[in-house]
Design a binder for this molecule. Structure first.
Ligand code: KG4
Ligand code: ZN
Length: 381
């Protein structure tokens, strides 16, 4: 069979319905994302039932738009790839059922992709697109988003595919989740990451001294003889510390006023909200961000050193953070270790990363079985 290297990717694990056509894991011919942010904004977080219903409404037009923009005919596709998990069960199921039906109807193979591996391959795809030399393995990958804060050691397995070993994870909240909760507490918009990112430069990062303590290993980790060195995270402590600070400094009323002021200015850019923030709030924001980026950096580079990684890769929604990018790059340069990020557009959820991650699986003939279904708790490594 003639192989065009064309894969249609579909992603519906959380609050973005996305479709993209990617050639040979390295060239995105289209990348369409329908965000549900506006829908969930009023709730300050993703509502699973609403998300599934919205995916149902969006999946057909989004796939159609991705096909049209790519200029590729359905019959020229080599495979259909879809996110298997982790994510919201109902949301995942919409993408999977649609992808299955499409693959079946076209007589093309279906490829199941782990969302976390997708985030990693967003970076690999863009490196290929730029014509950079292949990233040297082993790589230490930090996947940091609203649902995940995971460290993986990626190494080669087989000719085309990679294998992953989880060497760190959050034991409670994800870093993005902490951003979202702190932003909400301060009366800022949803999702919180871009707001705190935009406002942090206006505050003093030393205003509030936050500390992270070493993570106690859990029983099940201790029993795991293979566990080796671990580089876990915990973000619930800093979230509680922010809450305590807000209460003890009497900042609640100002937060309510700020939320109202922001609601009265639709389309306001995060940095422009600085005029609604007093120095105390700005100091808290800057200190929170500085502490979170600091602990992400500390654990990532410690793990890279412990496992002899030849490079660091950061992906997921929080990888869009400007302070994180600046400090990771500076630390990488200091250590002589290459650090790679996806472009801003491919940091948050998209389907180009799913189609890109499917490419090595296509080459290896790793296709999904007919019984494949949503795996909300799917792990990587
Ligand atoms: O990868 P993503 O789109 O979806 C998940 O898989 O979770 O990540 C969304 C998360 C949200 O928590 C959001 O607040 C955070 O990424 N985020 C950021 C920034 N942009 C998005 N966090 C910090 N700084 C940003 N600039
Ligand atoms: Zn994601």
């Amino acid at each position: 069979m003639k192989n065009n290297g064309l894969i249609l990717g579909i992603e519906s694990s959380c609050d973005e319905t996305a479709a993209a056509v990617v050639r040979a894991g390295g060239e995105a011919l289209s990348n369409v994302v329908a965000s549900q942010i506006v829908l969930h904004q009023d709730y300050g977080g993703v509502v699973p039932e609403l998300a599934a219903r919205e995916h149902l409404r969006n999946v057909v037009p989004v796939v159609r738009a991705a096909m049209e923009q790519s200029g590729v005919r359905f019959s020229d596709l080599d495979a259909v790839a879809v996110t298997e998990g982790p994510g919201l069960a109902g949301a995942l199921q919409v993408g999977i059922l649609y992808a299955k039906a499409l693959a079946f109807g076209l007589g093309k193979p279906l490829i199941a992709v782990n969302h976390l591996e997708g985030h990693i391959h967003a970076v690999v795809m863009e490196a290929r697109q730029r014509g950079d030399s292949a990233m040297e393995l082993p790589l230490l990958a930090l996947v940091v988003s609203g649902g995940h804060t995971h460290l993986y050691l990626a190494s080669e397995s087989g000719q085309t595919t990679w294998q992953y070993r989880n060497v760190g994870r959050t034991v409670d909240d994800a870093a993005g989740e902490a951003y979202d909760k702190v932003a909400k507490l301060l009366g800022l918009g949803y999702p919180g990451g871009p707001w705190l990112d935009g406002l942090a430069p206006f505050g003093d990062p030393k205003a509030v001294p936050f500390q992270f303590h070493a993570i106690q290993r859990r029983e099940d980790d201790r029993r795991d003889a293979d566990a080796g060195a671990r580089f876990d995270f915990s973000f619930s402590g800093i979230k509680s510390a922010v809450l305590r600070y807000v209460k003890s400094e009497g900042m609640q009323e100002a937060a309510v006023a700020r939320a109202n002021a922001i609601a009265a200015h639709p389309g306001l850019k995060p940095a422009d909200a600085a005029s609604f923030c007093d120095p105390k709030a700005l100091g808290l924001i800057a200190s929170f961000q500085s502490a979170v980026v600091g602990v992400l950096m500390k654990q990532t580079f410690a793990a890279a050193e412990a496992f002899g990684a030849r490079g660091v890769l950061v992906s997921g929604g929080v990888a869009a953070n400007r302070e994180l990018r600046r400090r990771f790059l500076a630390e990488g340069a200091r250590r002589g270790l290459p650090v790679a990020f996806p472009s801003m557009a491919l940091s948050t959820d998209n389907a180009a990363m799913i189609a890109a991650a499917a490419w090595p699986k296509f080459l290896a003939g790793e296709f999904a079985s007919e019984g494949m279904s949503a795996a909300p708790q799917l792990r990587l490594g």
